[in-house]
Design a protein around this ligand. Structure first.
Ligand code: CU
Length: 314
């Protein structure tokens, strides 16, 4: 073939590939409202916290986009709130003083960013004192699905777990900074949220069928402590550091998740029998303060759990 023709074909192929990529990228609109509300932090509902939240829940809703998507974000801070709030997406590469700046009560803020890096990222309020806004519950997870699926087999079920240190008195900011007075570990906003073994009021567990690949998207939203994430009676088949399959570890017993890190964990239970796994922070002081989650692997697992909206079990 003529050299010129070859080059032309190569350029056309590259152009076609690029436009195919651009065509698959989309804009995802996300709006959140800062809400200062009283929320229960236990399953029974009688231990409450003066919470600051995104949309009234701890954690805020999971945001899920694909690598290359544009996140078009609006934060509303209603006039009835007493405090300024802000949004810091760890998946964004922007300007801390501009996009992540504080929004006063009665105002709102709008910004866009491209989710260029795949993975599991924390988001949180960055208004001062930031330690207090996080301790009061203003955080969540953004999942940026990788385009490159190498090392990233399809999961049968997916679950979001976010851990937070619980301080009964979030008005004592120096205590938060010194790691004093922390009394509990919240998983998705509640103590022993999915652990009926240690907490009779826990009604929910994670479910899967024996042999299914279960993917845990995990964020450490603790104020100060790392999380030694371990599946009791299991082994992590894969750990994707920062949720990115380019950073894959295999056959891991415990993986230490830094404060403000998000990582993804795959576990595959034995296919020939029903089993239970307890996903814990193996730092005992955290586990026995609430950081234990039961994953039940059983033939009659609820088909809705770990799919769609139910990646975060309420
Ligand atoms: Cu805030």
């Amino acid at each position: 073939m003529h050299l010129f023709k070859k080059a032309t074909i190569a350029v056309m192929t590259a152009a076609a590939l690029m436009s195919a990529q651009q065509a698959s990228a989309k804009t995802v609109e996300v709006t959140m409202t800062a809400k200062e509300v009283e929320l229960a932090v236990n399953n029974k509902g009688d231990v409450t916290m003066a919470a600051w939240t995104f949309d009234g829940s701890i954690p805020g809703k999971p945001v899920r986009v694909e690598e290359g998507d544009i996140v078009d974000f609006t934060l509303i801070n209603p006039a009835e709130n007493k405090n300024s709030h802000a949004m810091d997406f760890h998946a964004a590469q922007v300007d801390v003083l501009n996009e992540f700046g504080e929004v006063k009560p009665g105002q709102s803020k709008h910004f866009k960013f491209e989710a260029k890096v795949p993975g599991v990222f924390m988001y949180h309020c960055g208004a001062g004192p930031m330690v207090q806004h996080i301790a009061k519950g203003m955080y969540g997870m953004i999942i940026v699905e990788p385009k490159d699926k190498k090392n990233y087999p399809k999961a049968d079920r997916e679950y979001v777990l976010i851990q937070q240190q619980y301080f009964p008195n979030t008005e004592n900011v120096p205590a938060l900074l010194e790691n004093a007075e922390w009394k509990g570990s919240l998983i998705n906003g509640k103590l022993f949220h999915y652990d009926p073994v240690h907490e009779p009021n826990a009604t929910q567990v994670l479910e899967a069928k024996p042999g299914e690949r279960v993917r845990i998207f995990f964020v450490n939203a603790n104020i100060n402590n790392p999380v030694a994430l371990h599946p009791i009676a299991g082994i992590w088949d894969r750990v994707y550091i920062n949720g990115n399959p380019k950073n894959t570890l295999y056959g891991i017993q415990t993986y230490n998740v830094a404060v403000a890190e998000g990582s993804t964990f795959d576990i595959v239970s034995p296919a020939d029998r029903a089993t239970n796994v307890a996903i814990v922070d193996h730092a005992m002081g955290a586990a026995l303060r609430g950081a234990i989650t039961v994953l039940m692997n059983k033939p009659d697992a609820d088909p809705k759990k770990g799919r769609g909206e139910q990646i975060l079990i309420k």
